[in-house]
Design a binder for this molecule. Structure first.
Ligand code: SF4
Length: 277
Protein backbone atom coordinates (compact mmCIF):
# COMPACT_ATOMS: atom_id res chain seq x y z
CA UNK A 1 0.00 0.00 0.00
CA UNK A 2 1.59 3.27 -1.13
CA UNK A 3 0.05 5.27 1.71
CA UNK A 4 1.77 2.99 4.23
CA UNK A 5 5.17 3.91 2.77
CA UNK A 6 4.28 7.61 2.89
CA UNK A 7 3.25 7.28 6.55
CA UNK A 8 6.50 5.51 7.42
CA UNK A 9 8.55 8.25 5.76
CA UNK A 10 6.86 11.12 7.58
CA UNK A 11 7.00 9.26 10.89
CA UNK A 12 10.82 9.14 10.64
CA UNK A 13 10.85 12.90 11.21
CA UNK A 14 8.80 12.78 14.41
CA UNK A 15 11.70 12.39 16.84
CA UNK A 16 14.71 12.87 14.57
CA UNK A 17 17.39 15.04 16.23
CA UNK A 18 14.92 16.03 18.96
CA UNK A 19 16.10 16.58 22.50
CA UNK A 20 12.60 17.01 23.84
CA UNK A 21 10.71 14.48 25.89
CA UNK A 22 7.64 15.05 28.05
CA UNK A 23 8.66 15.79 31.67
CA UNK A 24 7.91 12.68 33.72
CA UNK A 25 6.04 14.79 36.30
CA UNK A 26 3.64 16.13 33.66
CA UNK A 27 0.19 14.62 33.97
CA UNK A 28 -0.12 14.58 30.15
CA UNK A 29 -2.02 17.87 30.21
CA UNK A 30 -1.86 18.37 26.45
CA UNK A 31 -3.54 15.01 25.83
CA UNK A 32 -6.33 15.74 28.33
CA UNK A 33 -7.02 19.47 28.20
CA UNK A 34 -10.19 20.17 26.19
CA UNK A 35 -9.04 23.75 25.56
CA UNK A 36 -6.04 22.50 23.60
CA UNK A 37 -7.41 21.45 20.22
CA UNK A 38 -5.40 18.78 18.41
CA UNK A 39 -6.17 18.93 14.72
CA UNK A 40 -5.49 15.81 12.70
CA UNK A 41 -5.49 14.78 9.08
CA UNK A 42 -7.01 11.82 7.31
CA UNK A 43 -3.45 10.47 6.98
CA UNK A 44 -3.19 10.60 10.80
CA UNK A 45 -6.48 8.69 10.97
CA UNK A 46 -5.29 5.99 8.55
CA UNK A 47 -1.96 5.75 10.44
CA UNK A 48 -3.86 5.17 13.70
CA UNK A 49 -6.09 2.63 11.98
CA UNK A 50 -3.08 0.67 10.67
CA UNK A 51 -1.27 0.61 14.02
CA UNK A 52 -4.32 -0.29 16.12
CA UNK A 53 -5.89 -2.68 13.61
CA UNK A 54 -9.22 -0.86 14.04
CA UNK A 55 -11.26 0.22 11.04
CA UNK A 56 -10.78 3.87 10.08
CA UNK A 57 -14.54 4.47 10.18
CA UNK A 58 -14.79 3.02 13.69
CA UNK A 59 -11.93 5.21 14.94
CA UNK A 60 -13.37 8.24 13.19
CA UNK A 61 -16.62 7.95 15.14
CA UNK A 62 -15.11 6.99 18.48
CA UNK A 63 -11.86 9.00 18.68
CA UNK A 64 -12.27 12.04 16.41
CA UNK A 65 -14.71 14.86 15.83
CA UNK A 66 -15.27 17.66 13.38
CA UNK A 67 -14.25 20.74 15.31
CA UNK A 68 -14.51 24.41 14.58
CA UNK A 69 -11.64 26.81 14.93
CA UNK A 70 -12.16 30.56 14.52
CA UNK A 71 -10.23 32.36 11.81
CA UNK A 72 -8.09 34.83 13.71
CA UNK A 73 -9.32 38.01 12.17
CA UNK A 74 -13.07 37.33 12.43
CA UNK A 75 -14.73 35.21 15.14
CA UNK A 76 -17.84 34.73 13.00
CA UNK A 77 -15.85 32.80 10.43
CA UNK A 78 -15.08 29.30 11.63
CA UNK A 79 -12.87 26.81 9.89
CA UNK A 80 -13.80 23.14 10.06
CA UNK A 81 -11.03 20.79 11.04
CA UNK A 82 -10.79 17.17 12.04
CA UNK A 83 -9.74 16.93 15.68
CA UNK A 84 -9.02 14.39 18.35
CA UNK A 85 -11.69 14.15 21.01
CA UNK A 86 -10.50 15.24 24.44
CA UNK A 87 -9.38 13.77 26.73
CA UNK A 88 -7.63 11.87 23.96
CA UNK A 89 -9.01 8.32 23.76
CA UNK A 90 -5.55 7.07 22.74
CA UNK A 91 -4.05 8.06 26.09
CA UNK A 92 -3.47 5.02 28.24
CA UNK A 93 -2.29 5.97 31.72
CA UNK A 94 0.75 8.16 31.09
CA UNK A 95 1.44 6.73 27.63
CA UNK A 96 0.24 7.49 24.15
CA UNK A 97 -1.27 4.26 22.79
CA UNK A 98 -0.25 5.16 19.22
CA UNK A 99 3.02 6.99 19.99
CA UNK A 100 4.90 5.75 16.90
CA UNK A 101 1.98 6.76 14.69
CA UNK A 102 0.67 9.76 16.62
CA UNK A 103 -0.70 12.75 14.67
CA UNK A 104 1.78 15.29 13.30
CA UNK A 105 0.27 17.93 15.64
CA UNK A 106 1.32 15.80 18.62
CA UNK A 107 4.82 15.30 17.20
CA UNK A 108 5.19 19.07 16.77
CA UNK A 109 4.08 19.88 20.32
CA UNK A 110 5.58 21.80 22.06
CA UNK A 111 8.75 22.29 19.98
CA UNK A 112 6.95 24.17 17.20
CA UNK A 113 6.24 26.99 19.66
CA UNK A 114 9.95 27.57 20.17
CA UNK A 115 11.18 27.39 16.60
CA UNK A 116 12.61 30.87 16.42
CA UNK A 117 14.33 32.94 19.10
CA UNK A 118 11.82 35.19 20.88
CA UNK A 119 8.86 33.37 19.35
CA UNK A 120 5.85 33.27 21.64
CA UNK A 121 4.03 31.00 19.24
CA UNK A 122 0.32 30.63 18.64
CA UNK A 123 -0.25 29.26 22.09
CA UNK A 124 -2.00 31.40 24.66
CA UNK A 125 0.41 31.03 27.54
CA UNK A 126 -2.22 32.50 29.90
CA UNK A 127 -4.31 29.36 29.50
CA UNK A 128 -1.44 26.97 29.10
CA UNK A 129 1.31 28.56 31.17
CA UNK A 130 1.01 25.83 33.80
CA UNK A 131 2.16 23.18 31.31
CA UNK A 132 5.58 22.03 32.56
CA UNK A 133 6.97 21.90 29.01
CA UNK A 134 6.03 25.54 28.35
CA UNK A 135 7.50 27.16 31.43
CA UNK A 136 11.02 27.55 30.04
CA UNK A 137 11.97 28.15 26.40
CA UNK A 138 13.21 25.04 24.60
CA UNK A 139 16.45 25.16 22.66
CA UNK A 140 15.91 23.75 19.18
CA UNK A 141 18.99 22.68 17.20
CA UNK A 142 19.35 23.72 13.55
CA UNK A 143 18.89 20.12 12.40
CA UNK A 144 15.77 19.68 14.49
CA UNK A 145 14.40 23.01 13.28
CA UNK A 146 14.66 21.87 9.66
CA UNK A 147 12.75 18.65 10.47
CA UNK A 148 10.05 20.62 12.30
CA UNK A 149 9.65 22.98 9.37
CA UNK A 150 9.35 20.00 7.02
CA UNK A 151 6.72 18.45 9.28
CA UNK A 152 4.79 21.73 9.35
CA UNK A 153 4.80 21.83 5.56
CA UNK A 154 3.59 18.20 5.41
CA UNK A 155 0.89 19.09 7.92
CA UNK A 156 -0.22 22.07 5.81
CA UNK A 157 -0.60 19.86 2.73
CA UNK A 158 -2.43 17.17 4.70
CA UNK A 159 -4.83 19.75 6.12
CA UNK A 160 -5.64 20.89 2.59
CA UNK A 161 -6.12 17.25 1.55
CA UNK A 162 -8.32 16.45 4.56
CA UNK A 163 -10.68 19.35 3.99
CA UNK A 164 -10.84 18.58 0.29
CA UNK A 165 -11.53 14.88 0.92
CA UNK A 166 -14.17 15.39 3.61
CA UNK A 167 -15.86 18.59 2.47
CA UNK A 168 -14.88 18.91 -1.18
CA UNK A 169 -13.31 22.30 -0.62
CA UNK A 170 -10.24 23.72 1.09
CA UNK A 171 -9.87 25.85 3.15
CA UNK A 172 -13.32 24.95 4.44
CA UNK A 173 -14.54 27.92 6.45
CA UNK A 174 -18.07 29.07 7.19
CA UNK A 175 -19.42 32.55 7.85
CA UNK A 176 -21.79 32.15 10.79
CA UNK A 177 -23.29 35.62 10.89
CA UNK A 178 -26.64 34.36 9.61
CA UNK A 179 -26.83 31.83 12.48
CA UNK A 180 -26.82 34.64 15.01
CA UNK A 181 -30.13 33.52 16.58
CA UNK A 182 -28.68 30.05 17.27
CA UNK A 183 -25.60 31.70 18.74
CA UNK A 184 -27.62 34.03 20.98
CA UNK A 185 -29.56 31.07 22.38
CA UNK A 186 -26.41 29.42 23.68
CA UNK A 187 -24.50 32.53 24.78
CA UNK A 188 -23.81 33.04 28.48
CA UNK A 189 -24.19 36.35 30.29
CA UNK A 190 -20.79 37.03 31.87
CA UNK A 191 -21.43 40.70 32.70
CA UNK A 192 -21.29 39.96 36.47
CA UNK A 193 -17.76 38.63 36.27
CA UNK A 194 -16.55 41.73 34.37
CA UNK A 195 -18.44 44.31 36.44
CA UNK A 196 -18.08 47.42 34.22
CA UNK A 197 -21.85 48.11 33.94
CA UNK A 198 -21.80 46.94 30.32
CA UNK A 199 -23.44 43.76 28.97
CA UNK A 200 -21.03 41.00 28.04
CA UNK A 201 -21.86 37.61 26.55
CA UNK A 202 -19.68 34.62 25.89
CA UNK A 203 -20.32 31.78 23.45
CA UNK A 204 -18.76 28.51 24.62
CA UNK A 205 -16.58 27.04 21.89
CA UNK A 206 -18.40 23.71 21.96
CA UNK A 207 -21.67 25.57 21.27
CA UNK A 208 -20.23 26.79 17.94
CA UNK A 209 -19.33 23.21 17.11
CA UNK A 210 -22.80 21.94 18.00
CA UNK A 211 -24.44 24.57 15.78
CA UNK A 212 -22.15 23.72 12.90
CA UNK A 213 -22.66 19.98 13.25
CA UNK A 214 -26.43 20.35 13.54
CA UNK A 215 -26.57 22.43 10.38
CA UNK A 216 -24.24 20.08 8.49
CA UNK A 217 -26.46 17.16 9.53
CA UNK A 218 -29.63 18.94 8.51
CA UNK A 219 -28.10 19.89 5.16
CA UNK A 220 -27.24 16.23 4.44
CA UNK A 221 -23.46 16.65 4.63
CA UNK A 222 -22.65 14.43 7.60
CA UNK A 223 -23.88 11.24 5.93
CA UNK A 224 -21.72 12.02 2.90
CA UNK A 225 -18.69 12.54 5.14
CA UNK A 226 -19.42 9.22 6.87
CA UNK A 227 -19.52 7.36 3.59
CA UNK A 228 -16.22 8.93 2.48
CA UNK A 229 -14.60 7.76 5.71
CA UNK A 230 -16.14 4.29 5.22
CA UNK A 231 -14.18 4.19 1.96
CA UNK A 232 -10.94 4.22 3.98
CA UNK A 233 -11.70 0.78 5.41
CA UNK A 234 -10.62 -1.01 2.23
CA UNK A 235 -7.27 -1.09 0.38
CA UNK A 236 -9.00 0.05 -2.81
CA UNK A 237 -10.53 3.03 -0.98
CA UNK A 238 -7.13 3.95 0.45
CA UNK A 239 -5.63 3.76 -3.05
CA UNK A 240 -8.30 6.21 -4.27
CA UNK A 241 -7.45 8.46 -1.32
CA UNK A 242 -3.72 8.24 -2.20
CA UNK A 243 -4.44 9.33 -5.77
CA UNK A 244 -6.40 12.31 -4.45
CA UNK A 245 -3.42 13.11 -2.21
CA UNK A 246 -1.05 13.07 -5.20
CA UNK A 247 -3.30 15.60 -6.88
CA UNK A 248 -3.84 17.88 -3.87
CA UNK A 249 -0.10 17.84 -3.12
CA UNK A 250 0.49 19.31 -6.54
CA UNK A 251 -2.06 22.09 -6.13
CA UNK A 252 -2.19 22.82 -2.35
CA UNK A 253 -1.84 26.59 -2.23
CA UNK A 254 -1.16 28.84 0.67
CA UNK A 255 -4.69 29.43 1.97
CA UNK A 256 -3.97 32.61 3.92
CA UNK A 257 -5.48 34.96 1.42
CA UNK A 258 -8.18 32.71 0.05
CA UNK A 259 -11.08 35.11 -0.59
CA UNK A 260 -14.05 32.70 -0.30
CA UNK A 261 -15.96 30.92 2.41
CA UNK A 262 -19.37 29.30 2.81
CA UNK A 263 -22.56 30.23 4.57
CA UNK A 264 -25.64 28.12 5.32
CA UNK A 265 -28.78 28.99 3.37
CA UNK A 266 -32.32 28.62 4.79
CA UNK A 267 -32.29 24.86 4.01
CA UNK A 268 -28.85 24.43 5.59
CA UNK A 269 -27.23 23.93 2.22
CA UNK A 270 -23.78 25.47 1.89
CA UNK A 271 -23.41 28.43 -0.41
CA UNK A 272 -20.05 29.79 -1.56
CA UNK A 273 -19.66 33.49 -0.83
CA UNK A 274 -16.94 36.11 -0.87
CA UNK A 275 -15.25 36.14 2.52
CA UNK A 276 -16.07 39.33 4.45
CA UNK A 277 -13.07 41.54 5.03
S1 SF4 B 1 -2.50 10.89 20.10
FE1 SF4 B 1 -1.11 10.40 21.79
S2 SF4 B 1 0.23 12.24 22.03
FE2 SF4 B 1 -1.57 12.85 20.80
S3 SF4 B 1 -3.05 13.68 22.29
FE3 SF4 B 1 -3.53 11.48 22.02
S4 SF4 B 1 -2.41 10.39 23.65
FE4 SF4 B 1 -1.54 12.47 23.47
Amino acid sequence: MRLKGYIENRTRLFNRDSEFSCPHWCNRLGCKDERLHVSVSIVDLVAASLVTGQMASHLFRSHYKIGASPMNENPWIQRFVLELKKPCPFLSGMDCGIYGRRPIACALFPEAFFLFPGQKGGLNKGKFGHYPCLREPLVISEKRRSHLIELMEISRRETFLTEFYLFGFSPFSVDLRNTVMDVMEVSRDISGSIGDDESHYEVPHEAFEEILIRRLGSGGYLSKIDSKVDGLNSPSGIEVFYKIMEWTDSVAPSDKDFPYCYEFDERDRLKLIKRPT
